[in-house]
Design a protein around this ligand. Sequence first.
Ligand code: NAD
Length: 487
Amino acid sequence: MGLSFDPDTLPLPIGHFIGGELVAAPGEIRMCRPSDGKAYAGCPIAGPDLVEQAIQSAKAALKASNWAGVRPRERVRVLHAWADLIEAEADTLARIEALSSTRLINQLVGGDIAVTAEQIRFFAEFADKEGSDVVPTDDATFGMILSEPYGIVGAITPWNFPVSMAGWKLGPALAAGNAVVLKPSEMTPFSTVYLAELAIRAGLPAGLFNVVLGDGLTTGTALTGHPEIAKVSFTGSTRAGSAIMENIARSGIKPVTLELGGKSPQIVFKDADLSKAADAIVGSLLFNAGQACVAATRVIVEASVADQFTEALVARMTDISPGPTWDEATRYSPIISERQRDRIDAIVGAAIENGGRCVTGGKPMDRQGYFYEPTLLTDLDQSSPAILEEIFGPVLTLQTFKDEEEAMALADHPTYGLAAGLFTSDLSRTIRLSRQLQAGTIWVNRYSRSRDHILPTGGYKRSGIGKDLGREAYLANRKTKSVLISL
Ligand code: NAD
């Protein structure tokens, strides 16, 4: 049977995870499997009392383990052991992830899970290499910049890549000497709970990584507003990011890293390898059915090759193998929920009603679960909601340009700036436009991440504040103190 599994018999760790133990709680939020719509569990909701308990457990664990003060190599050792165990238990972790989410079992073990283990090791290695500095001052003084962890980091993650997003938060925060209380999405919480179980088995002191389940309004608000949460690290929508900033501003001041939404352009010049460009763009669109923050969503193609390029896109968009996430043969994911599928359909419907042309797709798939056809829309004007709003589904728009200036005007989004793609064989143009594009990540002649975790990721404009991955993410989990000594 390989990695495929029976979704009706898979055991799930249902509960919060506090002080090294699963804290069973009644399921309050109804959870349905995106692949077939079947209700299978309920997500508990941690109220302020339980959030308090998780934070106090983290505080006690920081003190008892001296996690911030142990030899940094000890933190490296524990985090490496955790990464090894994640790899050893990849099949189980992948099955829990695939059951609740839109991630495909065949992409998880060698993809999300392997990359998460690798990233935890990557961040662990900063622990004994990045430190404090002695700085140049005059002979009569001695100046130092001391680097210290924050204490307890409050992390909140979305449903689209639950394990990977948790890894992005946990790796740098724990390596940097902090404790973490993490609230995963209420739609996909159990893989994060299992990650916490593995951390304990790997030797992470109990309480250093606690998981509280629940929704944004109750659990998320209690977590981000708690005075003993020293820093907040969030990935999710721009709307929730704003609410979190508001809550933090009201309840106290603390640093916050926000990885938010996007509506990323892909600019295709006629001198590009058009076949490779179409592969890259459609590959990104079909990956997780477009439910990725950096998903390829807005193609902006040079007018003289637009027909040819449209054909190349459509050929690739219609070659899909939808199916349940737990079947190894599946290549195309469902949408996370019925509500989100209907939202996608409403935006596409409105675009067509307002004069847009649907070249392919345009409706929910006639099958069990919440699947939506890969969709290509053209003939839209720049103010159309299909061009401006993050759809978070397999919907691509296509616009044309006559010259570089027009391409850049179309690419520039009024509020988002997460990523951008550039397809051209002209080196000077590559450098010129990479400088001009207002986005935190620019991919040239590709449209995907690599496993070079040293490259930070994060948004310009309302796509976010701060970075995940890279050295920046590690440093964002430490604060500095200037010390000046008169000799
Ligand atoms: P969401 O904002 O609805 O929820 C994300 C998380 O925030 C969930 O755990 C949710 O419970 C919580 N939350 C919601 N409101 C909150 C509040 N007021 N206070 C505290 N917590 C709150 O997002 P989603 O639908 O789960 O995920 C999709 C979004 O995430 C998209 O916008 C996508 O672009 C974004 N995303 C961004 C990145 C990135 O790196 N920039 C990566 C993945 C996803």
